[in-house]
Design a protein around this ligand. Structure first.
Ligand code: HEC
Ligand code: HEC
Length: 673
């Protein structure tokens, strides 16, 4: 062994090098305050190692970037851990960098003869920030895509050459595929190479001048080895522990694949850039323009920091005091602005809803990509675009929430509100008030509770209609003696029928009612294949043993007591039949109940609710023709309403019904009596 070492040393001289490295003098003894530089070198090494691992599975193109990161995250052995470490070590690096800078300024390590090294350090800071900025885009998910879009737009605010800078970063006038490949080249090639180069210079120059000793009399002089090395090693392990814990228990998020065609309002830069984000959104800063806020002010601040050695040179100790004051003030300003940004976001219900939706989409994208279809060649983005569970709520939000609600919300979990202006003491005051729905709440449409409530509690079930202008107008006209035809939940043949509530709810008819409801529920189903995981919907558990009895009740009036002989078919002549529309269909004055609430029924109803077979002249719902709602969108909407899609673990939005004063349908509560 010894012989080998001697041989190696005589050929390479490594012993001298080791000695040189380890026996650096540390006057005043080893101290914790000197560890920051080492932790930075350590985290950078960590980044290089994990970075190469990620690279080995990453594929930078708009159709494969998200997909390959998804693979790393969910399929590759320990991939989530490697990605998590890379993700959190990057953030650790920024934090350590900030601490290192503050430490250097406080200890006066920027003073002559170390100015050069101070400047090298500032260059390193820029490179690290550039690395995190470019890295944020690489997963090509919604979050990174939209946040980076903001960044590249800011670049265009660079004075004089703004457009050129933006075009260069984006790889053209459009933000897209070439932006990704450029950012990847920067992130994995140019910036790390620059970092290695500048880091080598930084350490070389540092060794030339040695440590800036804070207090020579602190302790007897030692060498770098072993005291300081031990402290450095402990600090590095502590950083590693924190990063590992975060990677294991928090993990790096992967939001849904980037889709340029969507609206994504939950975009925020990484948390350590939030202060700048907040600063740019101040009214006053905003008015002075993006160039001022994003380029000039940060430029001046970096300038002041770079001038610190000169400030000291010309002003002596006063200069040093100015420098430390400045760095503390800057740090405090960053902390305050970051806190403000976070608090503001937390109190913004719109933003919170957007973030929640972003998490839902991320979770759903993962479900779909792991689902039976896997990721198609068109990329994961098509999974989301063709998923009823994802698109249904958006389409409902876009087309239906003006009148309907879904469990009290707008389809996407939020209340529908409007701003009303009032004159209070001669001043115009704006208040946000809840918008009342003017049509039935469509949650649970076609399910058992729905059917039961329509039958036994028709007036309450459709009581939402009474909020609408047309209802109030018609009711008023009617009260004044004019004859009007309108949909009146309290007063119609259906209301009368449902008004025989006591008989319907009587004990002797309990089984008949249950069977009727099961029959109606089964009619709404239209043969999803329960064993097909792709279409397993909400209508799978029909109790077939009840169907014959239910059909008899609906079509023959097989009730007990005074109801006997009356049935739905007396008016709804097509109940129990298949849903077919003849070309010359003129209806019979009653809405058709043929496969009521099924996909076929819905498709026809939404396209043409005013047809005689539906609401006829009583109709108040707009017809959704192809120009308004494409076939594809209608299909997605309907499949969402009927639950005909890959099942999801994504939690429900939850009810917002308690926000309303209007009488909520009573049927559901009664049914459980
Ligand atoms: C301008 C208001 C309005 C809009 C917008 C609207 N509807 Fe309606 N809708 C109504 C009214 C009024 C009714 C009839 C009474 C009721 O069901 O509340 C109705 C009834 C329905 C029904 C039948 C409920 C039943 O069993 O009687 C369904 C299903 C429905 N709408 C779906 C939709 C969908 C899906 C959208 C969006 C694509 C939509 N509606 C948009 C007003 C509207
Ligand atoms: C006496 C005639 C009559 C009987 C019997 C009757 N209905 Fe109705 N039903 C109507 C009318 C009329 C409407 C249209 C709403 C209105 O005018 O208020 C209607 C509406 C409905 C609707 C909502 C219509 C739609 O297109 O969204 C459903 C659901 C319904 N009935 C189910 C039933 C069921 C189930 C039965 C049997 C238990 C039944 N009805 C018995 C007359 C009747």
């Amino acid at each position: 062994m010894n012989a080998l070492i001697t041989w190696l040393d005589s050929r390479t001289g490594f012993k001298d090098l080791m000695h040189e490295a380890l026996y650096e003098r540390v006057p005043g003894g080893a101290r914790w305050r000197y560890v920051w530089g080492s932790t930075l070198v350590f985290t950078f090494t960590l980044q290089v190692i994990t970075g190469f691992m990620l690279w080995s599975a990453y594929s930078p193109s708009t159709r494969t970037a998200w997909e390959s990161v998804f693979y790393i995250q969910n399929v590759m052995a320990f991939g989530y851990l490697v990605r998590g470490i890379h993700h959190f070590a990057a953030q650790a690096m920024v934090v350590l960098m900030a601490i290192h800078l503050v430490q250097v300024v406080i200890d006066g390590a920027y003073k002559a003869p170390r100015e050069m090294n101070f400047w090298l350090g500032l260059v390193l800071l820029q490179i690290v920030l550039g690395l995190s900025l470019t890295g944020y885009l690489l997963p090509w998910d919604q979050k990174g895509y939209y946040a980076t879009k903001v960044t590249t737009n800011i670049m265009s605010a660079t004075p004089v050459v703004g457009a050129e800078v933006q075009t260069m970063a984006q790889g053209g006038t459009e933000y897209g595929h070439l932006t990704l490949t450029r950012f990847f080249a920067m992130h994995a090639g140019i910036l790390p190479a620059m970092l290695v180069g500048f880091l080598a210079l930084h350490i070389y120059v540092f060794r030339r001048h040695g440590l800036t000793v804070h207090d020579v009399n602190h302790a007897p002089e030692t060498n770098f080895w072993p005291d300081q090395v031990l402290k450095d090693a402990i600090a590095c392990l502590a950083v590693l522990a924190v990063v590992m814990l975060l990677a294991l228990f928090k993990g790096a998020e992967l939001s849904a694949p980037a889709d340029a065609a969507t609206k994504f309002d939950a975009a925020r830069p990484e948390w350590y850039f939030l202060f700048l984000f907040k600063f740019l959104h101040f009214e006053a800063v905003n008015r002075l323009g993006i160039t001022f806020g994003a380029i000039i002010v940060p430029g001046i601040i970096m300038g002041i920091i770079a001038m610190m050695p000169l400030t000291y040179k010309f002003l002596g100790n006063l200069g040093h005091r100015l420098n430390t004051t400045f760095i503390w003030l800057l740090g405090a300003a960053i902390v305050v602005l970051t806190a403000m940004a976070i608090i503001e976001d937390n109190n913004d219900p719109k933003f919170q809803a957007d973030v929640a939706e972003s998490h839902r989409d991320g979770q759903r994208a993962r479900e779909l990509a792991l689902g039976p279809d896997r990721i198609p060649v068109e990329g994961a983005i098509s999974l989301m675009r063709n998923d009823p569970f994802t698109q249904g709520p958006r389409l409902f939000f876009q087309h239906c929430k003006a009148c309907h609600r879904y469990n009290g919300h707008d389809g996407r979990g939020s209340l529908v509100t409007e701003i009303v202006k009032e004159l209070v003491e001669g001043k115009e005051v704006e208040t946000t008030v809840l918008t009342k729905p003017t049509a039935v709440d469509l949650n649970g449409f076609g399910k058992r509770e729905w059917m039961r409530s329509v039958v036994v509690d028709y007036p309450a079930h459709f009581s939402w209609l009474k909020n609408s202008g047309w209802y109030k107008q018609a009711a008023a006209a009617e009260a004044a003696g004019t004859e009007v035809t309108y949909l009146d939940p309290d007063n119609s043949e259906m209301a009368d029928w449902s008004g025989s509530r006591d008989s319907l709810m009587s004990a002797e008819n309990a089984d008949n009612l249950t069977a009727l409801v099961e029959f109606l529920f089964a009619e709404a189903d239209h043969g999803f294949q329960p064993e097909d995981p792709k279409t397993r919907g909400d209508f799978t558990d029909v109790d077939v043993s009840l169907l014959d009895k239910g059909r008899a009740v609906a079509t023959e009036g097989a009730w007990a007591g005074d109801l006997n002989g009356t049935s739905c078919i007396d008016c709804h002549s097509t109940i129990g039949q298949d849903f077919v529309v003849a070309a010359d269909d003129e209806g019979d004055g009653y809405p058709t109940m043929a496969k009521y609430a099924s996909e076929a029924w819905l498709r026809d109803f939404i396209r043409n609710p005013g047809a005689a077979r539906h609401y006829g002249e009583k109709n108040e719902m707009p017809a959704y023709r192809v120009e308004k709602l494409s076939d594809q969108d209608l299909d997605l909407l309907i499949r969402w309403m009927t639950g005909n899609h890959l099942p999801s673990e994504v939690p429900d939005y939850g009810s917002q019904l308690n926000a309303f004063e209007v009488v909520a349908p009573q049927g559901a509560a009664d049914a459980t009596e």
